[in-house]
Design a protein around this ligand. Structure first.
Ligand SMILES: Cc1cc2nc3c(=O)[nH]c(=O)nc-3n(C[C@H](O)[C@H](O)[C@H](O)COP(=O)(O)OP(=O)(O)OC[C@H]3O[C@@H](n4cnc5c(N)ncnc54)[C@H](O)[C@@H]3O)c2cc1C
Length: 298
């Protein structure tokens, strides 16, 4: 038995390096201004999928919703072992909150189809909501197991996983297909040099036509031949627009987002802010009152 595992990964701004122009005037993230990285817990989700591939045999498909340059995280997923990659990219997805993101990803999962497992990271380091995985499971009517550390058993119809809970863990079983959100409880394997050499040439159709345009190639036939050539070598990254996954654009992007991110800023605590408090009840009470007063708490 071979399984099909979808891993949804997110390209995130490196929140360690938030700069002044991180936000656009319309309240959406200015992704071009920030170094982009692979969301850390999505590397753990990918690693879990690859461990299942090693142990049981599986095809691992990495998918992401994002602008054209999000294809970079898909290449990185293939360097580490993913077999195929799908980019969901369309202006209609821009500015999506978690509701709109999970809806778009559900359309993508339905388009890819016939999956046994969907793995997501527990949380993205930019939005930090941990909402997309559970929302996606809801939209696909899938059983979900969140905070997964390890998969203990996988068989034709069910999966058994160990998940983290406060102060310990629990073992949960679910019928397939199922969705899991994965925590940083494994050591993601590095990119393999042989795979890097092969998949660094992987391109989306958009990137291919952009490369052609940049090289002033205008021969559409040559472009089509090259696309077929990449496809035959497993180097063509599938690219879907909103209409290609049957998404209702009233439910995607800013249109489909009841939540708007008003402002983000870097909170840098300076040493001057520190204050010694009495290590007793009165000291703690005074501290809590102060934190409530300046809206750090509550
Ligand atoms: C600072 C900030 C605050 C925000 N606050 C909110 C908020 O309060 N409410 C809200 O609705 N939106 C919020 N957003 C928008 C939110 O970031 C986006 O909706 C985002 O696409 C999904 O939410 P998340 O980043 O919290 O992801 P999470 O829900 O934390 O992501 C969990 C997992 O879902 C998968 N996933 C998430 N996004 C994608 C993607 N684009 N492609 C593939 N897989 C993906 C990954 O596996 C990821 O590990 C915020 C954005 C920013 C930058």
């Amino acid at each position: 038995m071979s399984y099909k595992i979808l891993v949804f990964v997110k390209q995130v701004p490196d929140t360690q390096n938030i700069s002044g122009d991180a936000m656009k005037p319309d309240g959406t993230v200015n992704r071009a201004a920030l170094p982009a990285i692979f969301n850390p817990e999505d590397l753990n989700a990918l690693e879990l999928a690859l461990q299942l591939k090693d142990k049981y045999g599986a095809k691992v498909v990495a998918g992401t919703m994002g602008p054209p340059n999000a294809a970079e995280v898909l290449r990185e997923a293939m360097y580490r072992g993913a077999d195929e990659a799908v980019l969901l990219s369309d202006r209609a997805f821009a500015g999506a909150d978690t509701l709109a993101t999970s809806y778009a990803l559900s359309c993508c999962a339905n388009k890819i189809g016939k999956y046994d497992l969907i793995l997501c990271g527990r949380q993205a380091i930019d939005g930090d909501t941990a909402q997309v995985g559970p929302q996606l499971a809801e939209k696909l009517a899938l059983p979900q197991i969140s905070y997964v550390e390890e998969i203990l058993e996988l068989s034709k119809n069910k999966v058994k996983a160990r998940r983290e809970i406060e102060g310990g863990y629990e073992v949960v079983e679910a019928p397939l297909p199922a969705l899991m959100t994965v925590i940083d409880a494994n050591e993601p394997r590095p990119a393999a040099a042989r795979r890097l050499m092969k998949y660094k040439k992987a391109r989306t159709p958009f990137e291919l036509s952009r490369d052609h345009a940049n090289a002033n190639y205008t021969d559409a036939e040559a472009l089509a031949v090259e696309q077929e050539n990449l496809k035959s070598r497993g180097l063509l990254i599938t690219e879907y627009s909103a209409s290609e996954v049957g998404a209702d654009i009233q439910r995607t992007g800013l249109n489909g987002s009841p939540t708007k991110v008003k402002k983000i800023q870097n909170v840098v605590l300076k040493a001057t802010d520190s204050k010694m408090i009495e290590a007793n009840e009165a000291g703690i009470t005074e501290l809590i009152h102060e934190l409530i007063a300046d809206h750090t708490l509550g």
